[in-house]
Ligand binder design. Structure first.
Ligand code: FES
Length: 598
């Protein structure tokens, strides 16, 4: 056997126990003989050409989520190369490995259905393999939450590296970009305002480069939140996917991984209540996606320190103190490239400084306050147009609100700042109920549908269990007869989610969802009066408690008679284990306490 004299292999000295928790010696495969396990591991890793010197370095994993079905991750190969530079210039050994990759438009029934699976893949592969730290490359909506959830549960040093937003496109001299403009233009097409040639031309320009959606949708929201949690460089939230800045963030992440590995900075030690309060402050200030509420609950519940400490009520409390400052679609007018050029997260956090918990730790070993102190930001006119000062916000407070009432005893969420008709924020109207997505598709454009602009559209059956993955179907289309009469917004309610790029007066995540027999939301009938009062944070069905109770009992009896057989496979696991939106729609057994109610 060839030997490197400078690194004599003592791993096979049978008189010495193998007890290391780092490098190649950690997490040995179980053969009942640790020395043989290490011997065999080295046999196989040497097939890849590694020397003893290389194998003696800190091993930094890089999760490769490149996929031909994920254009939001189209730059992953370049990011891997740049991250490897950062790792290897600083004395580590970079080893890339795959996990599943999930894109919004290529995931049936929904990407959210696969988020928990991706988090399990991420957690178990980080835990199973001999890594001292791990760079997790994600970007598209569900990938970053999945990686944070899995990384926190694995609890080895993890460093998110985000693919970054796409550039905006152009149509007839106007900037357009996925995906707020996808939805606006599609609504115009449905209303007959633009023709088939124009919608086809728009389709060519909405995603002109690789990268994540270029507005403050879920992907951009999660990127900003990840930076606010202290888990990645601030520029990493907004540098465009195709920019040289993005590659430099990747190199910096690789270098940071070596420091985190040497210091064993684990996510459960870094992330505290204060980290999450900062993240929620940023979420409110950027007018972020409602999906982020579900994701942040799932992420917080993976950490024993924050499970049960961060709740839906926390979003409400932070929201009341935090104005909307960032003028990006869908709440405002601009794109992620504008946010980046205006100073991005560094400018935003300097602006939000009085509202932040500056002692929160970050993955660099510095506190958030240290980072802001060492990176002063000088304002310029563009920055103040895109990132407003606290004294001149875009929306005074609570971009995202948490509502509750007799049909949502465990809560519901609304992005009030994205309402297109603010009068609907205080509204009473008769319900027009659709029992599920198929019922909606069949009847929404029926000319005989009894609906007016005063109606409240209700869609059931799209909660975590009801339509696995809680699809982004909460943006119910405006019935064609109303749309062509010029109605731009209508109050809509569901137990599902909505794309972060969408807007309108829309109440989401109703809990408990209608698929549960005891759900009060499940008993809403067409013609019932529903009141939404955002000021009072109330959502209620105007019927008596007795009527509500007797409808629920009658519905439970129907469920008992029509019990469905258990499904097999991942879908069966999903239906049995997923928890409700207010807990993050995670699997109960993956939460920090394993789903125990104690
Ligand atoms: Fe991937 Fe929008 S589809 S971020």
């Amino acid at each position: 056997m060839e030997q490197d004299a400078s690194h004599p292999p003592n791993d096979y000295d049978l008189s010495t126990a193998i007890s290391s928790t780092s490098g190649l010696r950690q997490g040995l495969t179980s053969y009942g003989d640790a020395h043989f396990s290490l011997f065999l591991r080295k046999v196989f890793v040497k097939a890849l050409g590694y020397s003893e010197d290389a194998l003696s370095r800190p091993i930094i994993g890089i999760i490769n989520t490149y996929s031909g079905f994920n254009p939001c991750h189209g730059n992953v190969p370049q990011l891997i190369e740049a991250a490897k530079r950062g790792i290897q210039f600083n004395g580590g050994l970079a080893v890339e490995f795959p996990t599943i990759s999930v894109h919004e438009s290529f995931s049936h029934p929904t990407s959210m259905f696969l988020r928990n699976l991706m988090s399990m893949d991420t957690e178990e592969m980080i835990r199973a393999q001999p890594l001292d730290a791990c760079v997790m490359i994600g970007g598209c909506d569900k990938t970053v939450p999945a990686q944070l959830m899995g990384g926190i549960s694995a609890n080895k040093p993890v460093l998110p590296l985000i693919t970054g937003p796409m550039m905006p496109g152009s149509h007839r001299g106007q900037r357009i970009g996925a995906c707020t403009d996808c939805r606006n233009n599609w609504a115009s097409f449905r209303a007959g305002e633009i023709d088939i040639e124009e919608i086809s031309a728009i389709n060519e320009e909405l995603a002109p480069t690789i990268g994540t959606c270029g507005v403050m949708g879920t992907a951009s929201t999660m990127a900003c939140i990840t930076a606010a949690l202290g888990m990645m460089p601030l520029r990493g939230a907004s540098a465009p996917a195709v920019s040289s800045a993005r590659a430099r963030v990747a190199e910096e992440t690789g270098a940071n991984a070596i420091i985190a590995a040497r210091n064993k900075w684990k996510p459960q030690d870094i992330l505290s209540k204060e980290s999450f309060l900062n993240a929620i402050t940023v979420l409110q200030a950027i007018g972020g996606s409602t999906n982020a509420v579900v994701h942040l609950m799932a992420i917080a519940n993976r950490n024993p320190k924050t499970q049960g400490v961060i709740t839906l009520q926390t979003f409400e409390e932070v929201g009341r103190k935090t104005p909307l400052l960032v003028d990006l679609k869908p709440s405002g007018d601009n794109y992620m490239t504008d946010f980046h050029n205006a100073g991005g997260m560094l400018a935003l956090l300097h602006t939000l400084r009085p509202l932040l918990h500056l002692s929160a730790k970050t993955i660099t070993g510095q506190t958030l306050g240290d980072i802001l102190d060492s990176s002063p930001f000088r304002e310029f006119p563009l920055s103040r147009r895109i990132i407003r000062p606290l004294s001149d916000p875009l929306y005074p407070g609570s971009s995202l609100v948490v509502l509750s009432g007799n049909i949502a005893p465990n809560g519901a969420v609304m992005k009030a700042s994205a309402s297109k008709d603010r009068a609907l924020l205080s509204h009473t109207g008769p319900a027009v109920v659709f029992e599920d997505s198929a019922d909606l598709a069949k009847r929404i454009d029926d000319p005989n549908l009894e609906v007016t602009a005063n109606s409240v559209l209700v869609l059931k059956g799209i909660g975590p269990i009801g339509n696995p993955g809680m699809p982004e179907a909460g943006l119910l289309p405006i019935p064609r007869k109303l749309a062509s009469a010029g109605v731009k917004d209508i109050l809509r309610i569901s137990d599902g989610r909505m794309s972060g790029t969408a807007g309108g007066t829309i109440i989401l995540h109703i809990s408990p969802e209608s698929a549960l027999p005891e759900s009060p939301f499940g008993i809403v009938q067409t013609g019932d009066l529903i009141t939404c009062d955002v000021e009072k944070r109330k959502l209620s069905l105007d019927i008596s408690n007795e009527e509500l109770g007797s409808r629920i009992e009658a519905r439970k009896a129907v469920f008992a008679r029509e019990a469905k057989p258990k499904r097999r496979g991942y879908r069966g696991l999903y239906e049995r284990a997923v928890n409700q939106a207010q807990d993050g729609a995670d699997f109960d057994f993956l939460a920090a306490n394993g789903g125990s109610s104690n």
